[in-house]
Design a protein around this ligand. Structure first.
Ligand SMILES: Nc1ncnc2c1ncn2[C@@H]1O[C@H](COP(=O)(O)OP(=O)(O)OP(=O)(O)O)[C@@H](O)[C@H]1O
Ligand SMILES: [Mg+2]
Length: 368
């Protein structure tokens, strides 16, 4: 354990906002990406963070998604179109993945020799623009998580290139890799398994700050952890508790707070809502949406649920058996799917209107 945080009685907690409307009030020194460092240093000025929406239960019924708020300016329109060739740095993709491959060895026999490989990711390429949310959708086991982990080098890929702001992630070492890790974060698929049960929430959220030497001292770390928690819709008092004391939705908020601690530019959201019920899913999605607008984040949003992907992402990549089989804008994918597997995924999305007749498309894994 790297750092011990303890609760300090009498510590001032951030004040809750009066309502949801003032939640987007710009923070001092927090206007654009160039102000990132200032914002981080002061992360964040007392009173600048407002709590997110409370976990208000909604009436039961068919899955419904709240109205999508408009995307902020600067969001790219398509994943498939190349960035405009203006020559300006802003036109470059934030993330560029080319021919990414991650194979896991399969061992067998008495000597545990490698007899074959699981091609979890097999020649995956895509780009992600600044401020974009790219959806990666596919069935369980198709390799979505492995793509995310390979980009961050939580798993070492077998081949390919990953470039973040033009820097080669896969060949980075030491200090350069550590600097890249500050910019790229992940929200894990399993909110329970990704939080250390022996650590208090304040320690969990502040740990990245300790590892990267961004904040020092018990008071500063505690203060930042509380503010991050409050921004993610948790009470500041949650900092003293342990992960098992929270619901799945609350744990996911804690995971999001931890991912935000280093003020990243890019977050991989690995099925952040798959373990949650529909009403809590909607709250987490709205929180991610708000944070994207506020912090200028880019997301790779991974899900097996086409309904969620359709709602959240303007650009979609469909993955099947380790490969991306189709890419396009949300409208292109949903209105005119070309691949049989995409058609099958779309036909599995439940209709809220019982009068709507839908033909189920069954994909048997044949021709890709
Ligand atoms: N560490 C590992 N060692 C060996 N095989 C692995 C490892 N991690 C993943 N795999 C295999 O790689 C394939 C892809 O796994 P991955 O977790 O990326 O799927 P996924 O699309 O995220 O699935 P889900 O939607 O269920 O989370 C699976 O066949 C899995 O068994
Ligand atoms: Mg997964």
């Amino acid at each position: 354990m790297l750092y011990q945080l303890s609760y300090l009685p009498g510590m001032s907690a951030p004040q809750p906002s009066a309502g949801r409307d003032d939640k987007r009030t710009p923070m001092p020194g927090h206007v654009n990406r160039s102000g990132r460092l200032n914002r981080l240093r002061g992360l964040l000025p007392t009173g600048s963070l407002q709590p997110g929406p409370p976990d208000v239960p909604r009436p039961l019924g068919p899955p419904t998604w709240p109205t999508r708020r408009p995307y902020h300016a600067g969001m790219s329109q398509t994943a498939t179109k190349p960035a405009p060739a203006t020559g300006s740095p802003a036109a470059e993709p934030l993330l560029s993945v080319e021919h990414l491959k991650t194979y896991f060895p399969v061992r067998s026999g008495l000597l545990q020799r490698v007899t074959s490989h699981v091609k979890a990711v097999d020649d995956v390429s895509f780009t992600l623009a600044k401020g974009e949310t790219l959806g990666l959708v596919g069935e369980s086991g198709c390799g979505k998580t492995t793509v995310g982990r390979s980009i961050l080098r939580l798993i070492e890929p077998t081949g390919g290139t990953v470039k973040f702001e033009g820097k080669d992630v896969l060949s980075a070492t030491g200090a350069s890799m550590k600097a890249l890790r500050r910019e790229m974060q992940i929200i894990f698929q399993d909110p329970a398994g990704s939080l250390n049960p022996r650590m208090r929430i304040a320690q969990i959220v502040a740990e990245p700050l300790v590892v990267h030497g961004i904040a020092k001292g018990r008071d500063e770390l505690r203060d930042r952890a509380e503010k991050l928690l409050v921004r993610c819709g948790m009470p500041a008092a949650a900092a003293d508790r342990f992960p098992h004391e929270f619901s799945g939705g609350q744990r996911q908020r804690i995971g999001i707070a931890r991912a935000l601690a280093l003020d990243p530019k890019f977050i991989i959201c690995d099925e952040p809502t798959s373990a949650l019920d529909v009403s809590i899913q909607a709250q987490i999605i709205n929180l991610l949406d708000d944070l994207q607008s506020e912090f200028g984040l880019s997301y790779l949003f991974i899900s097996h649920d086409m309904a969620v992907i359709k709602h959240v992402c303007r650009n979609i990549a469909v993955m099947y058996k380790g490969k991306i089989v189709e890419r396009g804008t949300r409208d292109e994918i949903t209105e005119n799917p070309q691949h049989r597997y995409t058609q099958s995924l779309l036909s599995a999305v439940p209709e809220t209107d019982p009068r709507t007749q839908k033909q189920r498309v069954v994909f048997d894994g044949g021709a890709m």
